[in-house]
Ligand binder design. Structure first.
Ligand code: 3PG
Length: 306
């Protein structure tokens, strides 16, 4: 009997786990759960005899792949897959997939929530400002960026979009202003919402030059990845510009330094963008279905590695 492991340091909602169980057991496979693990050794032990693994932001590197002797497929229940070592997966003959779009709405709603939270001075009771009539710059126009744009319109914001890689940007961004040069996005927009992956090109790319060029009372929202930020430069900016705010869903490495800017900086204890029952159900069940479809029909539609 095939074994499917759900390995989640940050667990899915129980209702999503039930849904995954139904799909996995419905196919005649066995479900194994490793939730809230605190040590990599627990993960290494749990993967030893399984055929498939479902993870969230859990790191699947060579050490994990070496320990997973029977593994054929790993599915990242979510969008960003910088936690999977794709080359190593290929070397180990393991198919790696993600579940694009499945948790996008949860992240998009939170991005708008963070915009309000920033505009209202992290709800500290002092006078803030409104989203209506402001310019919202969306960097990265994938599934999440597109939903953020629609929500921004509902709040009466003017939408500006930058994405050099979205092939359908002209059609998808109709009614919005497409900005080719990312520097113009930052120079013009009161709010910037980041929806770019962490890649060698994007890592450390948001620093003082870009963020510092934003207009007065700028709010930078990061529901993407902490790695895209140049933290020392952003700290300098927060020190120099008392009107600048940075609201991030992912705690920076230099959290203590950032925490000094209370009222202009915020990060939750754990990344919570995709942490809704709906997103957990959508992404978790999609991952389980993709695994069953892979084994039963050889479907590799969402394969990420070669
Ligand atoms: C994603 O890339 O899908 C999001 O960052 C969600 O990550 P999580 O599953 O760790 O919450």
């Amino acid at each position: 009997m095939r074994k499917v492991l759900v390995a989640t340091e940050k667990p899915f909602a129980p209702v999503a786990v039930n849904g995954i169980k139904e799909v996995v057991e419905g196919a005649g496979y066995e479900l194994v759960l490793l939730e809230k693990y605190t040590d990599k050794a627990q993960l290494l032990a749990a993967v030893a005899d399984v055929d498939a693994v479902i993870v969230r932001s859990d790191i699947v590197d060579t050490e994990v792949l070496n320990a997973a002797k029977n593994l054929k497929i790993v599915v990242r229940a979510g969008a960003g897959y910088d936690n999977l070592d794709l080359d190593s997966a290929t070397e180990h003959g393991v198919c790696a997939m993600n579940t694009p779009g499945q948790n996008a709405n949860a992240v998009a709603e939170l991005a708008l929530g963070y915009m309000i939270f920033g505009a209202r001075n992290t709800f500290n009771g002092t006078s803030g400002f409104e989203l209506k009539g402001k310019k919202l710059g969306i960097q990265g126009f994938g599934n999440i960026g597109r939903l953020v744009a629609r929500l921004g319109v509902a709040f009466g914001m003017d939408i500006y979009v930058h994405d050099l890689y979205a092939p359908d940007i002209k059609e998808a961004a109709q009614g919005y202003t497409i900005v080719d040069d990312v520097r113009d996005l930052y120079k013009n927009c009161n709010f910037i919402s980041l929806h770019i992956p962490a890649t060698p090109q994007t890592k450390g790319s948001i620093g003082k030059e870009l963020a510092g060029s934003m207009p007065k009372n700028a709010v930078l929202i990061n529901t993407a990845r902490k790695e895209v930020i140049n933290e020392p430069e952003l700290l300098e900016l927060l020190a120099e510009r008392k009107d600048f705010k940075y609201i991030t869903d992912i705690a920076p490495v230099a959290l203590e330094e950032f925490a000094k800017y209370e009222g202009r900086f915020f990060a939750p204890p754990k990344k919570m963008g995709a942490q809704t029952a709906e997103a957990n159900i959508n992404a978790g069940i999609a991952a389980a279905r993709q695994i069953v479809d892979f084994f039963e029909n050889g479907n590799e539609r969402f394969r990420l590695n070669k």
